[in-house]
Design a protein around this ligand. Structure first.
Ligand code: L4Q
Ligand code: ZN
Length: 266
């Protein structure tokens, strides 16, 4: 079973604390932590990797909320209406939510890097193995419980699909605010190129459990400066507290240890 934060931290009181998450920078005893640097030349082409099949039902979209780490768009995961299957996955996985990580400036912000290059932001589409586990919360604790698709955002043309989301952000400026968001198709946020890397990793925020099959798209999507600035006007803090801008909400890179990153392309 993956090491849970509670179990690990009891054994290692002296773990360094990261200001943002008040949690260890590294999970002591962790062997498959995320994010990592993807060294393109060290990734291994796996001809047995299948294409990733994505089918989302836009009406499963529920709401957007600011949870004090990022803003999440959450989905109704009570049925198999929005799922991914194939790729490196043994089962189909249900979409639970997606969120982003970004920087204060365009020079950094992504969690994963490619040949040590940061992107200004990174999208995470979070799915769970509803074939083998009864709930998301249980799947979070299992080695094959989650599958997260990572998509890099680069500075470029305005992204029309993202704009509907950006227009809603002022309504969730403060931590613990939520607004209804009832039709959105997250597949509009995916690059058209099917190529991806995949590796065994972890959640990048608490509980940091080693339960994620990461699927990182090779091609970024383009967004413009105003759209990135809209992310940066969100707040970590609740209404009435001293304002802290929500920026640099990415975890530091973790050691690769005994892992190989596979690619779906040559
Ligand atoms: C029992 C509740 C657990 C909530 C865990 C929520 C979570 C989902 C995805 C990611 S990320 N950044 O690795 O995609 C981090 C945290
Ligand atoms: Zn994330």
């Amino acid at each position: 079973r993956p090491c849970s934060l509670a179990a690990c931290s009891r054994k290692n009181r002296n773990a360094a604390l990261h200001p943002l998450w008040q949690s260890p920078l590294t999970i002591p005893g962790g062997t498959r932590q995320s994010p990592i640097n993807i060294q393109w030349r060290d990734s291994v082409y796996d001809p047995f990797l299948k294409p990733l099949k994505i089918s989302y039902d836009p009406t499963t979209c529920l709401h957007i909320w600011n949870n004090g780490y990022s803003f999440l768009v959450e989905f109704d995961d009570s049925t198999d209406r929005s799922i991914i299957v194939g790729g490196p996955l043994e089962n189909q996985y249900r979409l639970k939510q997606f969120h982003f990580h970004w920087g204060a400036i365009n020079d950094w912000g992504s969690e994963h890097t490619v040949d040590s290059k940061f992107y200004p932001a990174e999208l995470h589409l979070v799915h769970w193995n509803a074939v083998e586990y009864p709930s998301f919360e249980e799947a979070v604790m299992e080695g094959n419980g989650l599958a997260v698709i990572g998509v890099f955002l680069k500075l470029g043309a305005r992204h029309e699909g993202l704009q509907t989301l950006v227009d809603a952000l002022p309504a969730v400026k403060h931590k613990d605010t939520v607004i209804e968001f009832d039709v959105f198709d997250p597949s509009c946020l995916l690059p058209s190129c099917p190529d991806y890397w995949t590796y065994a990793g972890s959640l990048t925020t608490p509980p940091l459990t080693e339960s994620v099959t990461w699927i990182i798209k090779k091609k970024p999507i383009e967004v413009d400066e105003d759209q990135l600035e809209a992310f940066r006007m969100l707040l970590f803090t609740s209404d009435g507290e001293e304002e802290k801008r929500m920026v640099d909400n990415f975890r530091p890179l973790q050691p690769l240890m005994d892992r190989t990153v596979r690619s779906s392309f040559q």
